[in-house]
Structures are given as structure tokens and as C-alpha cells.
Design a protein around this ligand. Structure first.
Ligand code: 15L
Length: 269
């Protein structure tokens, strides 16, 4: 019997910023860690297996998901982009990945959804995961599609998913909005491991945010995941106020959860 709940984990987007932060922890929490990205990757840990693949290829996704029991999906377009980039990476790519999961009997997916699914909520509103989505960009729209896809694959095909609405995952908060939206790298690791270890998740949506004093979200519908964030963006307030001064409450950076994603125009214009 394996000492891990899932013995064979696939990490997509392993060359990206968050993928990079997760490799070591994941490799310690499974027997085999298959790492994938469309960029070239170099094996770092003994139980890693490298498989370079592009999400937009259905064949590659079927191949990538063979002999795996849990996927941590950090791949795809991670910021606003042209419609064609978002479509290929996050909509077609997400569908291809789940088809691979279905065909290869994968049990669970944990993936990077985003604050930008709900980016148009005003800062004054603390939201839970049952409020209607309010995407703020092509990118946010693609993440809403991803969450619906995850719900569908749970309802119809019994593939469990945790959609992690990551707010701002950075080494440290860099501006006033981040004081509320920051997710530290250590809390990211805690969160993903909680999602892996949780016995039953069905399709759950959880906000990926640290224990910030000025938090904008309420994880009351994800208590079963037992995510206990430890870091707090507030400790960076003095530094940010010294650097940027005080921010006006009408500044688009802080009027909504999504910040400048919500206030900027169409990417393709
Ligand atoms: C995200 O979803 C992006 O992946 C990240 O690059 C940040 O822009 C973050 O949201 C944010 O809004 O802070």
C-alpha cells in the first residue's frame, strides 16, 4: 500500500512560476511526479519524469495522462491574452486535458482557476464561492469555462476537481491590491497538499489567498479541504505605503477584486 493518497501525480505548467514552486513539495508527496510544460524542462528530483507537451494537442494530452492518478494543472495562459491564445491554451487545452483524464481514469484534478472569474466584484464585497461569476477578461472567461468543465466532469464522469481561484501568488505583495489578494508561496504549497490529501472533494471551489487582514473572500464552502493559510500580507503594508503612498479608493487597482484586469480594454483592440 502506498503511503500517499495519490502515488502518481502529473504537474502541468511545471516550467511556470507556480509550477516551479510546487515541484519539490509534490515530489515529496508521491512516488512518481510527471512534470510537463510546452517549454523544455530539466529533471531536478529523483522521482520526476519529464514529458514535454502542448495542451492544444488532444493526442499529447491522452499520452500525458496515462498511468497517473491525480493532476495538478498549473499550465495554460496565466494572464490576459489574445482570444486565440486564451482559446487554445485554456479552453481547448482544458477540454483536451479532461478528455485525457476521462480516458485514462484519473481520479482527481487540482487546477489553477483565478480571481479573474469574479474580477468585477467590488472591493467592498467579501464574496464566497457560490456568488455568480463576473469574469473581467478573456482570461477570466476561460477560467469560468474551466470551472464549468470541472463541474460537468464530476457530475457526469466522477472525476473530482478542486478549482483553486488563485488571487495573487507572489513571493511578496508588491502593491496595495496585493495586501488583500496575496497568496504566499508557502501557503500555495499548503493549499495544494490539502487539496491532494482531502478524502472527498467532488467539485470544490476554494479561494487561494493567504491569511491577509484585508481579505476579500470567504472560504466557508471549502472547510472540508482544511486549508490553513499562515502568511499575512499586512506585514508588508508599511513598505508598500512608503513606496507608493496611499491609494485613492477610485483607483482601478483597488475598486474591484480583479484590479487592472477589470479596468483595461479588450486585449485584441
Ligand atoms: C492571475 O490570475 C494571474 O495568473 C497573475 O499573473 C496575476 O495577475 C493575478 O491573477 C492577479 O490578479 O493578481
Amino acid at each position: 500500500m502506498s503511503k500517499h493518497k495519490f502515488s502518481k501525480i502529473l504537474l502541468t505548467g511545471a516550467a511556470g512560476a507556480l509550477g516551479e514552486q510546487l515541484r519539490k513539495t509534490l515530489s515529496q508527496n508521491c512516488n512518481l511526479l510527471r512534470i510537463s510544460d510546452k517549454e523544455k524542462l530539466v529533471k531536478k528530483f529523483e522521482n520526476e519524469e519529464v514529458n514535454q507537451a502542448d495542451l492544444s494537442s488532444p493526442e499529447a494530452m491522452i499520452d500525458l495522462t496515462k498511468n497517473i492518478d491525480c493532476v495538478v494543472h498549473m499550465g495554460g495562459q496565466s494572464v490576459e491574452g489574445s482570444w486565440s491564445n486564451v482559446l487554445n491554451s485554456n479552453i481547448i487545452g482544458m477540454y483536451n486535458l479532461y478528455e485525457g483524464c476521462r480516458k485514462n481514469n484519473i481520479k482527481r484534478v487540482i487546477w489553477a482557476s483565478s480571481v479573474h472569474t469574479v474580477g468585477f466584484y467590488p472591493r467592498s464585497e467579501v464574496i464566497d464561492s457560490k456568488v455568480p461569476t463576473r469574469p473581467d477578461s478573456n482570461y477570466g472567461l476561460s477560467k469560468v469555462f474551466g470551472e464549468s468543465l470541472a463541474q460537468y466532469y464530476w457530475d457526469k464522469y466522477n472525476i473530482e476537481t478542486v478549482s483553486v481561484r488563485i488571487y495573487s501568488c507572489l513571493e511578496e505583495p508588491k502593491d496595495h491590491r496585493h495586501l488583500s489578494t496575496w497568496l504566499s508561496y508557502d501557503d500555495l504549497r499548503r493549499l495544494i497538499i490539502s487539496c491532494i490529501n482531502c478524502p472527498n472533494v467532488q467539485h470544490s471551489i476554494i479561494f487561494g489567498v493567504s491569511n491577509n487582514d484585508s481579505i476579500l473572500t470567504d472560504n466557508k464552502y471549502a472547510k472540508h479541504i482544511s486549508y490553513k493559510p499562515k502568511d499575512n500580507g499586512e506585514s508588508f503594508r508599511a513598505l508598500i505605503e512608503k513606496k507608493d503612498g496611499f491609494v485613492d479608493s477610485t483607483d482601478p487597482l483597488v475598486t474591484t477584486h480583479g484590479g487592472y484586469f477589470a479596468s483595461s480594454g479588450h486585449f485584441d483592440d
